[in-house]
Design a protein around this ligand. Structure first.
Ligand SMILES: Cc1cc2nc3c(=O)[nH]c(=O)nc-3n(C[C@H](O)[C@H](O)[C@H](O)COP(=O)(O)OP(=O)(O)OC[C@H]3O[C@@H](n4cnc5c(N)ncnc54)[C@H](O)[C@@H]3O)c2cc1C
Length: 427
């Protein structure tokens, strides 16, 4: 098994990268997508809120790449959905402030939205009375109404990308977990196979830091994992709001965003996600979490993570998250602050939890933006968190353009909806 480029990780990012590379290559079979599970997008890419986020929430300096990718991602996913006949609902979002601090933050978001390219007509600052006119069930002091925000199913988008990769003639290796990676690009899989690649792209999501470490890259970084849990709202709350309602995060420097009121692409309503610290990227249940505990604790004692655990603010926020994992009432009450009509007892079914993996530097600081680290014959995308699904096509175009510029693959296939180099120049 010898390939020009091997992409490790079949989430929305890896499938997007393989889509561009197999679409551009004259010999698409020389591009391999390697996924450990028996199907793609089994993890975060199918376990999220399903929003195509507008870029007003992202600091144009600290989160420059995420902000630009989100801005481009909207039009790209919209065009992709149209081409594939998949749902893309431009249904808008209301970002609410329940106190004065929140109002200051909304003003900052208005400035960020403009700096990140949102039109004035797409972003409106509303007072309490105006909010009551459009969403009478919502209680807040002020809010931003953003109309350029959408709801989709990223699992379905990833499957559509996979179909294209296959129809272009790209190679898809499911059920192959990349383990040891030799300097000459030989990947040993947990299943006992050897895959040789001239260039490796690491898009392994929650395992991306580990895969990077296996190639001797990003040794100064480690990660912490946070499980985002949801509760499905009963039918009686379907007409409570038209819009998804997000509240202004109180501590945006940490990965603890307050749970939202979510309108899904298929019309379901949900509350979530919280962000409960767990020991691994697949710790959806207690068993797996316990199994990951000892290795993670040992790793933490050697890295910047130990400083995070000395941070009192982090510990206090983490305990609130833990409480809202153990108690449904605690979780629902966080949303009741701005949607008082909902009652915890009416919620009986949990939604599908997803896990985000935040990268920590050697000083114990959370890294704000995604990192694209090129080293030798590899590109590693780490800290690929929200709005990672929104930005997957543009970031994939950027990574693919880096590969094309090297002349490693003969290009000219032109089978995709966009030329990745053109997209990369807009990022
Ligand atoms: C609760 C939650 C809500 C979110 N909501 C949104 C949202 O509304 N909008 C948005 O834009 N973003 C959202 N995000 C973020 C978004 O979902 C992620 O940024 C995105 O899905 C990451 O995609 P990925 O392909 O990098 O990772 P993943 O989907 O995790 O894919 C990585 C893949 O790599 C595979 N893999 C790992 N290791 C190996 C290995 N060694 N060998 C082979 N395969 C391997 C895994 O099996 C997996 O399939 C949310 C995230 C969470 C957790």
């Amino acid at each position: 098994m010898e390939y020009k480029v091997a992409v490790i990780g079949g989430g929305v990012l890896g499938t997007s990268i393989a889509y561009f590379l197999a679409g551009e290559a004259r010999n698409p079979a020389s591009i391999a997508l390697i996924e450990q599970e028996s199907d793609i997008a089994r993890h975060t890419s199918s376990r999220n809120t399903g929003k195509v986020h507008a870029p007003f929430l992202y600091d144009p300096v600290k989160k420059k790449l995420f902000a630009k990718a989100a801005s481009l991602g909207f039009e790209m996913w919209q065009a992709f959905a149209r081409a594939k006949g998949l749902p893309f609902k431009q249904d808008g979002v209301l970002e609410v402030a329940t106190d004065d601090r929140g109002i200051d933050r909304l003003q900052k978001y208005m400035a960020w939205g403009e700096a990140n390219g949102l039109a004035k007509s797409e972003l409106q600052l509303l007072d309490k009375r105006q909010v009551a006119e459009i969403e009478p069930a919502v209680r807040c002091e002020s809010a931003i109404l953003c109309t350029r925000d959408g709801s989709v199913d990223y699992g379905a988008f990833s499957q559509a990308l996979l179909q294209d990769i296959r129809s272009f003639g790209g190679t898809v290796l499911l059920g192959h977990r990349a383990g040891r990676i030799a300097l000459d690009g030989t990947i040993a899989t947990a299943q006992g196979r050897r895959i040789k690649a001239q260039f490796i792209i690491n898009a392994a999501g929650g395992m991306a830091v580990d895969v990077a470490h296996a190639m001797g890259v990003a040794k100064e970084y480690t990660d912490l994992h946070f499980r985002g849990e949801y509760w499905q709202a009963p039918e009686q709350y379907r007409d409570l709001t038209k819009l998804s309602i997000y509240s202004v995060p109180r501590h945006p420097e940490y990965p603890f965003l307050d749970p939202h009121w979510i309108v899904r692409a298929d019309g379901r309503r949900e509350v979530g996600p919280n962000a409960v610290p767990v020991f691994g990227p697949y710790a959806y249940g207690h068993g797996r979490n316990l199994a990951d505990m000892i290795p993670k604790i040992l790793e933490s004692s050697r890295t910047g993570v130990r400083r995070v655990f000395l941070d009192r603010q982090f510990i206090s926020l983490a305990s609130t998250e833990l409480k809202s994992s153990l108690s449904k009432t605690a979780m629902i009450n966080r949303v009741r602050e701005f949607l008082p009509a909902i009652r915890p007892s009416a919620f009986t079914i949990r939604g599908t939890a997803g896990i985000r993996s935040s990268v920590i530097d050697s000083h114990g600081r959370f890294v704000p933006d995604t990192l694209i680290l090129e080293h030798g014959s590899s590109i590693n995308v780490i800290n690929y968190n929200s709005p990672g699904a929104t930005g997957a096509l543009p970031i994939a175009a950027k990574v693919s353009a880096q590969i094309l510029e090297k002349g490693l693959i003969e290009s000219g296939g032109k089978r995709t909806l966009w030329n990745p180099v053109d997209i990369a120049t807009r990022l």
